[in-house]
Design a protein around this ligand. Structure first.
Ligand SMILES: [Zn+2]
Length: 220
């Protein structure tokens, strides 16, 4: 009963005084695990599992991964107009003349831009803020791409600005701030509707979401 022995005090003392090998296999694995653990959504445990998987599948998986990482390093750039990440500057969306130049959708991050664009429901162009206002994290308006947004709108030719911030307190504070700053321009400011998710059941919704859904109700 190994587990039983581990609960007592003395086996630990015995264990600690015994000559043991270092906890991780090698410096290489340690540093790769550490690098992966810094990725969003990956903690130290899952990073180590990913490294182990890579080691086991190195013949098939590593060359493709190294190529992809190299391509990211060498070819990807940030679009100076909208903040999107692409292989060209201006990015494919900004350069696409078929896009509706009159509509501009403002998002917090590039991932939000990609999510919206995958839906193919918005035919205009985008503006990536690079985050959201946050008193807690010390993010001020000048830390975000709000100045360049106002410049784009001031240049003219834009009729509608869609504020597509996340439905979080900070996201909505950011949207409110931008709406105020845009007031002096003659653009229509709209916001994504909040409320009932597709497939959602009323019984499971939190009060905030339910309240938003009620407020945003529309004629059938
Ligand atoms: Zn762009």
């Amino acid at each position: 009963m190994k587990m039983m022995r581990m609960t007592g005090a003395w086996p630990f003392l015995e264990f600690a005084s015994a000559p043991i090998s270092p906890p991780m296999a090698s410096q290489e694995i340690e540093s790769l695990s550490g690098a992966l653990a810094r990725l969003p959504g990956l903690g130290p445990r899952s990073a180590r599992r990913a490294v182990l998987w890579l080691v086991k599948n190195r013949e098939q998986a590593l060359p493709a991964l190294l190529d992809a990482l190299g391509a990211v390093q060498e070819t990807l750039v940030e679009c100076e107009t909208c903040g999107n990440v692409d292989t060209q500057n201006p990015c494919g969306i900004c350069a696409d003349q078929r896009r509706d130049a009159k509509s501009l959708c403002v998002v917090e991050d590039v991932a939000d831009l990609w999510a919206l664009d995958r839906s193919r429901l918005f035919s205009g162009r985008y503006h990536v803020l690079g985050g959201k206002l946050s008193a807690l994290d010390g993010v001020r308006p000048e830390d975000l791409a709000i100045g360049s947004l106002l410049d784009r709108v001031a240049e003219g030719g834009i009729d509608e600005v869609v504020l597509a911030m996340n439905a979080t307190l900070e996201g909505q504070t950011t949207a409110h701030y931008i709406a105020e700053r845009l007031e002096e321009h003659s653009v229509r400011i709209t916001q994504l509707a909040h409320g009932l998710p597709v497939g959602g059941e009323l019984d499971y919704l939190d009060e905030g979401t339910l309240a938003q859904a009620l407020r945003a109700r529309r004629p059938v």
